[in-house]
Design a protein. Sequence first.
Length: 508
Amino acid sequence: MSDNTNNPRYIKLNDKDNVAIIANAGGLSEGTLFSCGLTLTEYVPEGHKVALIHLEKDEPIVRYGEVIGFAHSTIKKGSWVKESLVVMNTPPKLDDLPIANKVPEQAEALEGYTFEGYRNEDGTVGTKNVLGITTSVQCVAGVLDYAVKRIKEEILPKYPNVDDVVPLNHNYGCGVAINAPEAEIPIRTVQNMAVHPNFGGEVLVVGLGCEKLVPTRLTPDGSTEDIVSLQDQIGFTNMIDSIMEMADERLARLNKRNRVTCPVSDLVIGMQCGGSDAFSGVTANPALGYAADLLVRAGATVLFSEVTEVRDAIHLLTPRAVNEDVGKALIEEMRWYDHYLQKGEADRSANPSPGNKVGGLTNVVEKSLGSIAKSGSSPIVDVLSPGERATKKGLNFAATPASDFVCGTLQLASGMHLQVFTTGRGTPYGLSMAPVVKVATRNALTQQWHDLIDVNAGTIATGEAAIEEVGWEIFDYIIDVASGHKETWADHWGIHNDLSLFNPAPVT
Ligand code: CA
């Protein structure tokens, strides 16, 4: 007899729920009898939903205590609630949402938590000590990559206190409507990344000379001292020599820096999910939400994002806005994105992905309810438009698309020091500018990807660990990685995805 037949398990999250998800690896077969008396009328895969009661056509299907859709036809008790049986409900209307009417009370402060970081002159801190080399246009990317290869081989070994040299290549800068209103998004993203706290106040920009994004827009005070302009150089070797010389000066200064003890309140932690499954909202995201609450209590700045994955749960977030202005700003970001999708003749059904669906997520409503679990239970103190720098401590909503690379890039622009990334299906994603801690939703993924997953939240589904325990584990792990005491698997292997700018403005 298999363990599944011995110990069949489903997870019901809220008393109001009339569906639950199957927790056993490999799913459960027809005829499986649960201790509560429920019998499966057919095979139900792991992470997929079983009907706990008989549902007539058009009756609401409830998970997380919220309606995730309506029955397309009769659904028998104990049967598999397949995607084809669920008619998606419409998203919450944006016009009459409750705002700031359930602002959570300030939780007790967590005192005395520190990490070892690199203190910058402007008061910010870094979790890494990196030379960032920004580009003003993609034309220079090939030249910069050549220079960075040589810097890493010939110069970096002289400076053991420096972690890395990172080229900020992107596809913006020219051939774009630079004065279009929405061009401010990619422009401020590059501007804010150029002065990321992990770069220790050192700025180096490689430009071409004729591009629309003028390189002086990327340096502090528009100074020209930190710019190498390729069209001013005599030949290729001269270009490389100039970049290497300027890199050497900056690396020498960065090498003199040491980690010092800093309060956790100096940290800016980003959160996102990717390759989600039905366990995301049960294990990894609630545990991360618990960690987010701990970080907020310790005074840190925490960013949650991914507009398309909060849109359908927005009615649960606006009440937590700390005041009317923040609530309205949250709604405006949703409205902007509704319009953006409409313009592209896309709608929210473009999410979830096929892999999300195999993992048991039926539609974006269900995905959203699981996604917002990351936000924990703190008040929402501020809303950032895409690529804006975070300025308020506490829980911030940083508006970004859900795309992993675009969200990661925009959170970096917001000043993120470290990202926590939850995954159910599994993705090897990483960033070069800041560490990415990966949290798995299931034990099976942690075992399968034993050398890629940093923290396992699958133990929550099997009852081996409580949400609070894994939440503390994530919190401690963040401090260890931010301090340089632990290395994420992505950094260990050097798995770093390209930056990916969000440019909603026209390309010309
Ligand atoms: Ca994502």
